[in-house]
Design a protein around this ligand. Structure first.
Ligand SMILES: Nc1ncnc2c1ncn2[C@@H]1O[C@H](COP(=O)(O)OP(=O)(O)O)[C@@H](O)[C@H]1O
Ligand SMILES: [Mg+2]
Length: 239
């Protein structure tokens, strides 16, 4: 099943988020188009995870607007998010992938077939009958991505999906992200891994101290960042 990207473009205007009187994001504005993944990068504490949560509707903005190219309830239903630490249900890998399909009203036969097809597509068929909570961290993260991909979301938010994974597991996660993007899902993800951002990104949103200070095509951003903070960050300087 191919994802329908009709939620895009996404327009964000004047977005701000404060907690306990502290401004965490301010004056955030950008437009995301369908196509290759958008990578959010920037120093720890810049506000990347908070921005993903706002975009996915898990946090209410303090001010500003998030506007999808579809009614809000359609946008909500057609997007998914995978967190840094995947939550696995105490059942088989196959059942974990099939569970959201059940909630979506799919018949038992249909959802088992779909779940198995997605696991197979991502090279995870051998894990289908294993208890999901006994899988390694890297395997669990790949299963979490497969579970989200099985729903063919129009937009998939990923918050540091390969944090804590070794290089091989990181590459396996990236292969899945690229495959999901190739079949039409708009991926919006954070990473602290600049190599990963170079490998996956179509465009880069660079955050610094709660503001988006650069939004650029990835090739241009990495070759010649416009913001001095971005240039310093790419050189590994503390900013
Ligand atoms: N609910 C909250 N209440 C208070 N501070 C928060 C809250 N959520 C995030 N923060 C703070 O906001 C800043 C941005 O956090 P976060 O979005 O997690 O950054 P990043 O993902 O870029 O590392 C951090 O300083 C964090 O401590
Ligand atoms: Mg974060």
């Amino acid at each position: 099943m191919r994802a329908d990207p009709a939620l895009l473009p996404l327009h964000v205007e004047g977005l701000a988020f404060a907690a306990g009187g502290v401004a965490i994001l301010q004056d955030v504005g950008f437009c995301l188009e369908a196509g290759a993944p958008t990578l959010l990068i920037g120093p720890n504490g810049a506000g990347k995870s908070t921005l993903l949560r706002l975009l996915h509707g898990l946090l209410p903005p303090t001010s500003g607007r998030i506007t999808w190219a579809a009614p809000p309830e359609v946008a909500r239903a057609r997007q998914a998010m995978v967190f840094q630490r995947p939550v696995m249900l105490r059942r088989s890998t196959l059942a974990n992938v099939a569970f959201p399909l059940k909630l979506a009203g799919m018949s038992l036969a249909e959802r088992r077939a779909r779940a198995f097809a997605v696991l197979a597509e991502f090279g995870l068929a051998g894990l289908a009958d294993r208890p999901a909570r006994r899988l390694s961290g890297g395997e669990q993260q790949r299963v979490a991505l497969a579970r989200a991909a099985a729903m063919a979301p129009a937009v998939l938010f990923l918050d540091e999906p390969s944090a804590n994974l070794d290089p091989a597991a990181t590459r396996a996660v990236e292969d899945i992200v690229a495959a999901v993007a190739a079949r039409g899902t708009k991926v919006v993800m954070t990473t602290h891994d600049l190599g990963q951002a170079r490998r996956l990104a179509g465009d880069i949103l660079f955050l610094h101290r709660g503001r988006v200070i650069e939004h650029a095509p990835a090739a241009r951003f990495f070759a010649a960042p416009a913001a001095p903070e971005a240039a310093a960050f790419l050189k590994g300087e503390l900013i």
